[in-house]
Design a binder for this molecule. Structure first.
Ligand code: OAD
Length: 240
């Protein structure tokens, strides 16, 4: 039996109803969105950790915005994949994502906790006002009508996660019958630490075992778009 078979058997035994899905960049890799770490994660030889910081933005806002405009362009063209779409079939699941790409929402999920913000929103660096900005900017870096710089409404390294998102995520994970961890390296805290709140069946889907794999009941070494629909189908069967 494969790990996938074992996982499906465990789901059939448990028949979980409260489902929490915790995702990272790997769930969108099958949509063509590059992940952050590994060889695909580089942009013009910069590492994401060197661009997604308040210091990098203070030093060179144009460079940081060029990187985000590149990612925004890729994400705009990308489509939700079979993993996003199958997760959305679980009408009552809570999706906790580190991703800022909006692909879970476009895939049809309703209850989404965005731990790291959203790349299609901007925040005024003076007033703190948050607005939706999904079209390309005429020039970079973009400015608010008040004259101050706009920044992506994204949590950067060294910044706090939104308190309300952490509270909702924690409560959902504590109350979950099953936790699916899909496409994250599990090395960025505090987000990765939230999964430790779960007691019970946990299943990772990631072609390479993540830092969280050893704490999971099962770690399925597959791509998200391949294994997620099968796992979700097994959960849906038990809910019928
Ligand atoms: P990473 O780039 O650190 O990790 C991506 C994970 O996805 C790796 O474990 C890969 O093995 C896995 N992966 C690759 N292709 C996959 C596929 N087709 N299916 C499933 N998994 C696949 O991305 P995150 O863990 O999301 O922060 O990184 C966490 C945070 O660090 C991000 O939210 C971002 C980044 O800096 C912010 O934007 C604030």
């Amino acid at each position: 039996m494969s790990v996938l078979d074992d996982s499906v058997a465990a789901i059939r035994d448990l028949q979980p109803h409260k489902v929490v899905v915790f995702t990272g960049a790997g769930v969108s890799a099958d949509s063509g969105v590059p992940t952050f770490r590994g060889p695909q994660g580089l942009w013009r030889s910069y590492r994401s950790e060197d661009l997604a910081t308040p210091e990098a933005f203070a030093r060179d806002p144009k460079l940081v915005w060029q990187w985000y405009e590149w990612r925004r362009g890729l994400i705009r063209e990308a489509q939700p994949n079979a993993a996003h779409r199958s997760i959305a079939q679980l009408a009552t699941a809570v999706v906790i994502t580190q991703n800022v790409d909006n692909l879970h929402a476009r895939g049809g999920s309703r209850d989404i906790v965005e731990l790291h913000g959203n790349i299609f929103r901007v925040r005024c660096t003076r007033e703190g006002t948050i607005t939706v900005a999904d079209e390309p900017f005429a020039s970079l870096p973009p400015h608010c009508a008040c004259g101050a710089l706009l920044r992506p409404d994204i949590v950067w390294f060294g910044e706090m996660l939104p308190e309300e998102a952490v509270e909702r995520a924690s409560a959902a994970i504590i109350g979950a019958d099953i936790l699916l961890i899909i496409g994250t390296s599990g090395v960025v805290y505090p987000a990765a630490g939230l999964v430790a709140l779960h007691r019970g069946l946990s299943i990772e889907i990631n072609p390479e075992a993540s830092a969280l794999a050893s704490a999971c009941t099962y770690a399925i070494p597959s791509r998200a778009a391949e294994a997620t629909p099968q796992i979700i189908n097994a959960i849906l069967e038990g809910q019928r």
